[in-house]
Design a protein around this ligand. Sequence first.
Ligand SMILES: Nc1ncnc2c1ncn2[C@@H]1O[C@H](COP(=O)(O)OP(=O)(O)OP(=O)(O)O)[C@@H](O)[C@H]1O
Length: 404
Amino acid sequence: MGWFKSMSSFFFWYETPKVVHIRSKKVGILGRFLQLCVLSYIVGYVMVYKKGYQEFCSVESAVVTKVKGVAFTNTQRDVPEIYKRIWDTSDLIVPPSENDAFFVTTNIIITPNQTRRTCSEDPGVHGALCNTPSQCHEGHSLPIGNGAMTGRCVPSDVNSSVNVCEVFAWCPIEQDVFPLGFDRPLLEETADFTVLIKNFIEFPMFGKTFRRRNIMQDANKTYLQTCHYHPERDPFCPVFRIDDIVSFAGENFTQLAVRGGVIVISIEWNCNLDLDFMELCKPIYTFRRVDDPNTNIAPGWNFRYANYHEENRRTLIKAYGIRFVIEVRGQGGKFNILPTLLNIGSGLALLGVTTVMCDFIILYFTKNRTFYKGVKYLLVDGEDAEKEPLQSESCITYGSNRNQ
Ligand SMILES: Nc1ncnc2c1ncn2[C@@H]1O[C@H](COP(=O)(O)OP(=O)(O)OP(=O)(O)O)[C@@H](O)[C@H]1O
């Protein structure tokens, strides 16, 4: 019968909230303070700061770039003869056009006049050194070799004191040596190159009205050809000096340019579409280097390509440089009744929580908690109510003011 007793004690009772008016300065201040906190959170943070009355749409964008500049290495000291020349963007921007990125060559190793023939393998290639021809398997190529082995072991073209396998390849084989060493890049003048970034954006959720680009409406040709972006002096100029980008990313151009690297240009559009779109929706640019500057293993950024002059003659170029990646982020917000009502509704629900918090504090942490518990919780027996006639419908008042 024990189970029946506990079942009946679970089923045959009912709990209903009771309203207790507490006339107390301390408790009153506590309650109002908690309500004020919740109200300021709803109004200040949710509605004003987070714009809870708006619906949001991520920005969609397209980016194109154009680099301009000229580098002249003829007058520089220590420059090997073959590197003394004029370089323009068609020589140094590879490929000429990319989506959301561009590459500026800052250091270069040129191997001119290569033809397909036999020559000695680079002694620096693992497995290229030999003592006997049997170590050079005819027709095979080494994993990072430059050609197919002929089966002969010959003195190296670059260091005759060692023997290396002969290869059939584009000869002469590239000598992987920086023209100006590790301290200076050959094309230091690329620091003064400029890039025009054209960024077209839209907020597709809100229609075609909200479309614009990062070139301001009042900009003209002369302005574009002469302005340079600066976060304080000219924050909306879409033309950036390469050196400026590198320093805004916290790097030193000369050091970075020797082996190359990767820099991200972030364009952020956070727009309030309820206000003047063309006047107030403007881009914010930030810059950061993303490759690891402190690594000794495979540092920087480089690749090879060749310029072919005729069927069997080419110039091999190993290009080191800075790859700039452009990312566009942001969102546009516009008034919508649905999020407004949702946020007001959830704010009102949150106001109810203040009662729970206030109850918790006065019932467990105040000096008079026993008294408050006594008046808050009341255990009544339904059977007694049946027996006793209705005495009063008015409120019961406890404490010194009970007769007021
Ligand atoms: N990297 C840059 N640095 C400075 N000005 C630039 C740069 N790229 C373009 N401009 C200038 O911005 C303007 C708009 O460039 P856009 O490429 O749209 O026109 P363009 O007439 O084809 O340019 P251009 O023939 O000079 O390359 C032009 O006046 C152009 O000279």
